[in-house]
Design a protein around this ligand. Structure first.
Ligand SMILES: [Zn+2]
Length: 125
């Protein structure tokens, strides 16, 4: 388990220490997941209501994969309650749903799915 960083607390709730893996975001795990869910919702709405460019779809794919990796590392470094584990898995599902709106090959979907399953196994350990 990675040590909790002493560089401050979450910029939203102002009390939860930041895990090392989320220092760059300034958010605790719960608020990181809220931010990811909101971003996924905005991006999905944008794709549904606009004729988006291939470059934008590539940005979606990059965001989904990078966020899943950060989430996986952060979630597996903490001791999570059952509800928190459920929230982590729900956030992975949102990221996978976002990836379905891209033109990325199936291999990327498989990779994201693999990362989500590994994080779930790590969180359950
Ligand atoms: Zn927070």
């Amino acid at each position: 388990m990675a040590p909790i960083a002493d560089q401050g607390a979450c910029s939203v709730c102002l009390e939860t220490p930041l895990p090392e893996e989320l220092l760059a975001t300034g958010l605790c795990l719960a608020h990181y997941m809220v931010a990811v869910e909101r971003t996924c919702a905005v991006m999905r709405r944008h794709v549904a209501s606009h004729n988006v460019s291939p470059e934008y779809r590539e940005q979606l794919a990059s965001y989904a994969v990078e966020s899943a990796l950060v989430l996986s590392r952060a979630a597996s470094s903490l001791s999570l309650s059952g509800n928190s584990k459920d929230a982590v898995l729900a956030t992975f599902l949102s990221l996978m749903g976002l990836l379905e709106h891209t033109d990325r090959p199936e291999a990327d979907h498989f990779e994201l799915n693999r990362v989500a399953h590994q994080a779930a196994r790590d969180a359950a350990a």
